[in-house]
Design a protein around this ligand. Structure first.
Ligand code: MOS
Length: 693
C-alpha cells in the first residue's frame, strides 16, 4: 500500500457505484434471489375508512390455480407487540382506506393480483373523518413533537407585543397532503432459512438503513436479532418513506412463513399513497410585529396538522421558527387533528419544509408592508446566538448565503413593486427565502479489517438511498487510512454489519463518517501482523450538542413568470447558496441540493394529494394525477455553497446536506409569484386555476 497525502474528501469524485448501476449490476431489493422460484404477494385493501370487517369470502380467490394462500385477520400468523400503525391482519378493525385486509400469495404476480380481486370483504363502516380544519373542536396538543421537541414555546408577552407593534402582519398559509414518491417502489424479498426456533428470517429490502427495521421485525416475529438478516445495498430513493418498518415487510415475512417459500412483495405505485406514509397537511397562522426599521418585536407561529387513528405523528413544523430570528416576544404552537387517514411519516425535511414555507413567506409579506428589501429585512434580524437555547452557533453563515446568492442571482437594483413587469403575456417577478436544517449526529459503529497486501475492508451498516454515500464514505475512509480510494473496500447496507444510524435527518455523513475515522484511529495505534487485524470505532452525539446550536443554512432566489391568459406558472431560474460545513463530494453534494430545490419547486407548483372527503381516500393516487415537477418544469439551477467548515460539531466539519435544499425553496417561488402578479397565493400548490379566483 502506498501512503498518500492527497485528500479524497472535498475532491470531485464520480460515483463509485455508477458503472454497476448503469450496467444493471447493482441489485435493488426486488432484483435479489432471481433463481429462488419466488412466489408473489398481492394485497387486498380496505374500501372503508373506519369500522370493522364483518366477513371475508376467500373461496373464489383460493380456487384460482396457482394460489398458495390467502391471509386474513382470521388465519394470519399472530404478530408480537408491534406499533399500532403497522399492526396488520391481526384484527377486524379498519382505520383508513387502503389498510390491508387480506394478502394473496401465488406462483406468479399476475395470479396473485387476479385472485386478490376475487376476495369479497364486507364491512360495518362509519363515514370517514378526514378534513383538517382549524375550527374542529377535537384539536389537541400532543405531549411532544417528533425528535423530542417541545409542543409549544413561549417567550415574553406575544399578544401585547403584537398589539404594540408599529407594523404587523397576520396571515395564514396552508400546505396540502404530499406523498413521498421515490422512483423505486417499496419492495421486500423474504424467506425463512432453516427450521423451527433456529430459522433465520432473511430479507432483501428497500429501506434507509437495515438496522432501523431490526427492533420492529424481531419483535413482530418473536425472534432474536441473530435470527434476522436484512440486506439493502442499493436503494432507489426514499425521502423518508423507507426510514421505518411498514406493513408490507411484515406481510412478506408472514407470507414466507405460511408458504415456506421465497416471497416477493413490491408495492404498486398506487399503494404507495396509503401504505408508506405521507407529509401531513398544515394550516399555519403567522403573526409578525416589527419596528419601522424592520427589527422584529414579535413572532407567533401556530400550526394545525393531522395525525392518524393508528399512530400519533406530531410533526415539528414551527421549530425552525424558534431559532431563525430573534424577537423579544415569540410563540410557537402545534395542534393535531386525529383523522381516519394512514399514518403520516417523515418526508424530506419534515417540519422545516412546510414550516419554513410559512415563515419565509410571512417575512416577505412583512418586508412589503415595511417597504424594506426582503434580503435586507433578514440581514437586520440576524441573531448572534441561538435565541431559543441561548447558546452560540457552531457556525451560522446565513448572511453569507444571502449576500452570495443576491450577487449570483443579480438581486441588486430590484424594483420592489409587485405586478409591474411584463414580457409579452408573462408577468415577471423575483423572490427570496432563507433555509435552515438541524445538524446532528447519531450513534454509529464502523469496523476496519486490515490484511497486508489487500485493500482495507471498511464495514458499517450505512445506507445509500441514492445520495452518494457509497462514494463519500469511501473518500472519508481513504483519507482516514491515508490511502488512495482503490485501497478501500466498503461494505454497507446489511444488518450483519456494525450497527449504524439510518439514512435520515441529513445525519448520514455526520454520523457514519466520524465512526469510520474513529476506527481508522484505532488502527493507527496497532501493528498489522501477517494474519491481519480488525478494529472497531464508534461515534455518537457528544458535548457539541449541549454547547452549540448547530444548523445548516441557505438562501434561495427564484424568478417566476405567470401567464396572464392561462395562469401558467414557470420558474426559469433559481439560485441556491448553502452553508453546510465541509462538502465531502462536490458532485454528489450538488446533486443533493439540486434534488432538494427541484422538490421544493415541485411543492410550490404541483404536489398535492387530494383527500376525498366523502370516501376518505387519496383520490389522485398515482403519478398521472399526483403531479411532480418533470424535467421541462425545471429551468436553470444555479447551485453553490459558501466556504465553511464546522469543526465544532464533528471531526469531518460537515453538517449534512440531504434535506436543506428543499427548505425555503417553495417560499422563494411563492414570494416571486407575488412580486410578479401582486397577488399572494397562501395555499400550495400555486396551480394555474388559482390565478382565476
Ligand atoms: Mo429524511 S425525511 O429524514 O428520510
Amino acid at each position: 500500500m502506498t501512503a498518500t497525502t492527497e485528500r479524497a474528501v472535498g475532491s470531485d469524485v464520480r460515483r463509485i457505484d455508477g458503472p454497476a448501476k448503469v450496467r444493471g449490476r447493482a441489485p435493488y431489493a426486488y432484483e435479489h434471489e432471481l433463481d429462488a422460484q419466488a412466489v408473489f404477494v398481492a394485497l387486498v385493501q380496505s374500501t372503508a375508512a373506519r369500522g370493522r370487517v364483518t366477513g371475508i369470502d376467500t373461496s373464489a380467490a383460493e380456487a384460482v390455480p396457482g394460489v398458495l394462500a390467502v391471509l386474513t385477520h382470521e388465519n394470519a400468523p399472530r404478530l408480537g407487540d408491534v406499533a399500532d400503525e403497522i399492526v396488520v391482519l391481526q384484527s377486524d378493525r379498519v382505520r383508513y382506506v387502503g389498510e390491508p385486509v387480506a394478502a394473496v400469495v401465488a406462483e406468479t404476480s399476475e395470479v396473485a393480483r387476479d385472485a386478490a380481486a376475487r376476495v369479497v370483504v364486507r364491512y360495518d363502516a362509519q363515514p370517514p373523518d378526514v378534513e383538517l380544519r382549524t375550527d374542529r373542536d377535537d384539536l389537541y396538543a400532543p405531549e411532544q413533537l417528533m425528535a423530542g421537541f417541545d409542543t409549544d414555546s413561549v417567550i415574553g408577552d406575544v399578544d401585547a407585543a403584537l398589539a404594540a407593534a408599529p407594523v404587523s402582519i397576520d396571515v395564514t398559509y396552508e400546505t396540502p397532503n404530499q406523498h413521498n414518491n421515490p422512483i423505486e417502489m417499496h419492495a421486500t424479498v423474504a424467506r425463512w432459512d432453516g427450521d423451527g426456533d433456529a430459522a433465520v428470517l432473511r430479507m432483501w429490502d428497500a429501506n434507509q438503513g437495515p438496522h432501523n427495521l431490526v427492533p420492529v421485525i424481531t419483535e413482530a416475529f418473536g425472534i432474536t436479532e441473530d435470527r434476522l438478516h436484512i440486506t439493502s445495498p442499493y436503494v432507489g430513493g426514499a425521502f423518508g418513506s423507507k426510514a421505518y418498518t411498514h406493513v408490507h415487510q411484515l406481510i412478506a415475512g408472514m407470507a414466507a412463513k405460511v408458504t415456506g417459500r421465497t416471497v416477493k412483495l413490491e408495492l404498486t405505485r398506487q399503494q404507495m399513497f396509503t401504505l408508506v406514509g405521507h407529509r401531513t397537511p398544515t394550516i399555519q397562522r403567522l403573526r409578525l410585529g416589527a419596528q419601522p426599521d424592520g427589527t422584529l418585536t414579535a413572532i407567533s407561529h401556530e400550526v394545525v396538522e393531522h395525525t392518524s387513528q393508528n399512530a400519533e405523528f406530531a410533526e415539528q413544523t414551527a421549530t425552525a421558527t424558534r431559532l431563525m430570528y430573534a424577537a423579544p416576544a415569540r410563540r410557537t404552537t402545534h395542534r393535531l387533528a386525529r383523522l381516519d387517514v394512514p399514518a403520516p411519516t417523515i418526508m424530506r425535511a419534515p417540519g422545516e419544509t412546510p414550516g419554513m414555507y410559512a415563515l419565509e413567506s410571512a417575512m416577505d409579506e412583512l418586508a412589503a408592508e415595511l417597504g424594506i428589501d426582503p434580503v435586507e429585512l433578514r440581514l437586520r434580524n440576524e441573531p448572534d446566538r441561538d435565541p431559543e437555547r441561548d447558546v452560540p452557533w457552531s457556525t451560522r453563515n446565513l448572511v453569507a448565503c444571502l449576500r452570495q446568492g443576491a450577487e449570483r442571482f443579480g438581486w441588486a437594483g430590484r424594483d420592489p413593486r409587485p405586478g409591474v413587469r411584463t414580457d409579452g403575456r408573462w408577468l415577471v417577478g423575483t423572490g427570496v427565502a432563507a433555509a435552515t436544517y438541524p445538524t446532528r449526529r447519531r450513534p454509529s459503529a464502523a469496523r476496519i479489517e486490515a490484511v497486508p497486501g489487500k485493500p482495507y475492508v471498511v464495514s458499517i451498516d450505512a445506507s445509500d438511498i441514492g445520495t452518494g454515500a457509497w462514494t463519500a464514505l469511501t473518500q472519508i475512509a481513504a483519507d482516514a487510512l491515508r490511502v488512495p480510494m482503490d485501497q478501500v473496500d466498503l461494505r454497507i447496507g446489511d444488518s450483519r454489519l456494525p450497527k449504524a444510524s439510518g439514512a435520515g435527518g441529513s445525519t448520514g455523513i455526520t454520523s457514519w463518517g466520524p465512526a469510520i475515522i474513529a476506527a481508522a484511529e484505532q488502527l493507527a495505534d496497532r501493528e498489522v501482523p501477517a494474519g491481519g487485524v480488525t478494529v472497531t470505532g464508534e461515534s455518537g452525539p457528544g458535548e457539541e450538542a449541549e454547547r452549540y446550536s448547530s444548523h445548516a443554512f441557505g438562501a434561495h432566489f427564484a424568478e417566476v413568470r405567470v401567464d396572464q391568459d392561462s395562469g401558467e406558472v414557470r420558474v426559469p431560474r433559481m439560485t441556491g447558496v448553502f452553508a453546510v460545513g465541509r462538502v465531502v463530494n462536490a458532485t454528489t453534494g450538488r446533486s443533493q441540493f439540486l434534488g432538494g430545490m427541484t422538490m421544493g419547486l415541485s411543492m410550490a407548483l404541483h404536489e398535492e394529494s387530494v383527500l376525498d372527503l366523502a370516501r376518505g381516500h387519496y383520490a389522485n393516487h398515482d403519478l398521472a394525477e399526483y403531479h411532480i415537477a418533470a424535467n421541462a418544469d425545471v429551468g436553470e439551477m444555479d447551485i453553490s455553497w459558501v466556504d465553511e467548515t464546522d469543526d465544532r460539531h464533528n471531526p469531518l466539519g460537515a453538517k449534512g446536506i440531504g434535506e436543506i435544499g428543499i427548505v425555503g425553496a417553495a417560499a422563494a417561488i411563492g414570494n416571486a409569484y407575488w412580486h410578479a402578479t401582486g397577488r399572494r397565493v397562501r395555499d400550495l400548490p400555486i396551480t394555474p386555476d388559482k390565478w382565476f379566483r
